[in-house]
Design a protein around this ligand. Structure first.
Ligand code: GRF
Length: 195
């Protein structure tokens, strides 16, 4: 059974999808949900499902990213995860942090990478007039949103789409893609999932 830690910053809808799927014959189980925001709504949702939670407020560390990460590492290392899933985690991690988990840390990004790394992905897809959009799960490396792809889900862009309507369609796809990727990845299979 693989021990899975999930890092969130807010509501944790992707975290919830992962927790709901990690049952039965799933080869992974959540051992921790941690956040950079003590007020992250996902923490209460995880606790309600019996998962250990932790929070380290990044705002207490100012610009000292390394000090924040050293504090965040405490509960994560104590949980002894085999896999770390970033799920709506909105802090950029330093190469030192990433190196600790390289090859076993995943992230979900709301675009069809390598298109649109970074923020405002839906606005950028709409501005470009793309006919389709989607989401990607990738291994986390020191370069932002650029690690090996572990899966993608495509959704159509429809006439009249706004950033919000497209974001909602992509988010629904995320909730299908991330659990499918983690289920395969936790079984030791790194072949990509295409939805
Ligand atoms: C989602 O768009 C996800 O792609 C990105 O953060 C947003 C919120 O995710 N990583 P969640 O609802 O907190 O899981």
């Amino acid at each position: 059974m693989k021990r899975v830690a999930i890092l969130i910053s807010g509501g944790g809808s992707n975290m919830l999808a992962l927790l709901r799927d990690m049952v039965g014959d799933h080869p992974g189980r959540a051992v921790l949900v941690a956040s950079n925001d003590p007020a992250a709504a996902g923490l209460a949702r995880a606790a309600d499902m019996g998962v250990a939670v932790a929070a380290v407020d990044h705002r207490g560390f100012g610009k000292d990213r390394a000090a924040f990460e050293a504090a965040l590492l405490q509960p994560i290392l104590a949980a002894e995860p085999d896999i770390v899933c970033l799920a709506g985690f909105m802090r950029v991690l330093t190469p030192d942090f990433v190196r600790r988990f390289e090859g076993r840390m995943l992230n979900i990004h709301p675009s069809l990478l390598p298109k649109y790394p970074g923020l405002h992905t839906h606005a950028r897809a709409l501005a470009a007039g793309d006919a389709e959009a989607g989401c990607s799960v990738h291994e986390v490396t020191a370069e932002l949103d650029a690690g090996p792809l572990l899966g993608q889900a495509r959704v159509p862009v429809v006439p009249g789409d706004t950033e919000d309507s497209l974001a909602a369609r992509v988010l629904a796809a995320e909730h299908r893609l991330y659990p499918a990727v983690l289920r395969r990845y936790a079984a030791g299979d790194r072949s990509p999932v295409w939805l």
